[in-house]
Design a protein around this ligand. Sequence first.
Ligand code: C5P
Length: 406
Amino acid sequence: MNEQLAGKHIVLGLSGGVACYKSAELCRLLVKAGATVQVVMTEAAAQFITPVTMQALSGRSVYTSQWDTREANNMPHINLSREADAILIAPCSADFIARLVQGRADELLSLLCLARPRDRVPLLLAPAMNREMWGHPATQRNLAQVARDGATVLGVGFGDQACGETGDGRMLEAAEILEELEAFFTPQLLTGQHVLITAGPTFEAIDPVRGITNLSSGKMGFAIARAARAAGAQVTLVAGPVHLPTPRGVRRIDVRSAQNMLAIVEEQAREATIFIATAAVADWRPATAALHKIKKDGTGDVPALEFVENPDILATVARTERARAGRLYCVGFAAESENLLEHASAKRERKGVPLLVGNIGPATFGQDDNALLLVDAQGHRELPRASKEALGHQLVAEIARRLAAV
Ligand code: C5P
């Protein structure tokens, strides 16, 4: 389930193109997110993927013709466009864009786009075509015109194309389109904000091949980054070593150690308006990292490791002029095994941040869900167990509400 898409009725329109194969996956993801999907295909689309496949995945019979007599009033273009919360054309071919520009109405999909109530049913387009077609002035002119006419153009990917060429024009991946659609339905609570987020563990080197780290997966921080971007913020994500894809539209900077992370964060914090520290920064690092791999010498002796304390990134940022002047709102996280409220309140004071978020145990490292305890100067409140994605959206709303109050 997906908070933004659950219960939404999406008309998924397919025009002709090899990218139709991705629409099968898109349909599946939409259904999984809790949306109902009504597929409408052009004749050309049916050359690339069968309506049977799309029917099986959407659980609804597919419309391919305006002469479809199943509708009592014989007006599928009116009925389908009135029922929709959004019309998403994916793939949207160069020809289909040209049809939209001309306001053509000679087949069902163009017809229902023309008939859509523009004040309440958004039209989103995921273009897909060969790079020359994409770059052609006619296509670019048409895209600018459909955008002026009120459509939202989702952009394209770069890479290998079915024709064997490489360039711009590939349809976005299904998961990327889903993310765009989700952002489209998200209240724009953070427009104009620049959110800086740390996520994941840090890695503190012992020698060139060894080091100490922890089990943080980075999932909570990545989910917050995705939610903040969906809410209209510009987002910079400073990530320790994690195995997670970069959320769409988020600027990601990879780091290894706490010292690397601090250097990047200090630089980025100059522009940020919100700083959310979710990273599980190692408290200590080996005092020196050996230049070469430490060898076993056969005597049974073990190397003695001496540690020094790492800089506290959150506390450092919270002490800056910008944060103290109220131009950078700082949020910390805490993972405690006992007395969460007490420890989280003390940590909030110690780090000098207005909002401290406690992970309500048991430890959620690597898991997809979590429960949070929000502690601020006014008191505390719980965000009950939910997916990290959903909690990311809730936390964004909580932060936006606090920012609006100051
Ligand atoms: O002190 P503790 O590690 O429990 O504090 C957790 C909070 O402080 C988290 O927000 C974490 O990202 C941040 N932190 C930090 N730099 C450190 C240690 C923790 O930014 N060296």
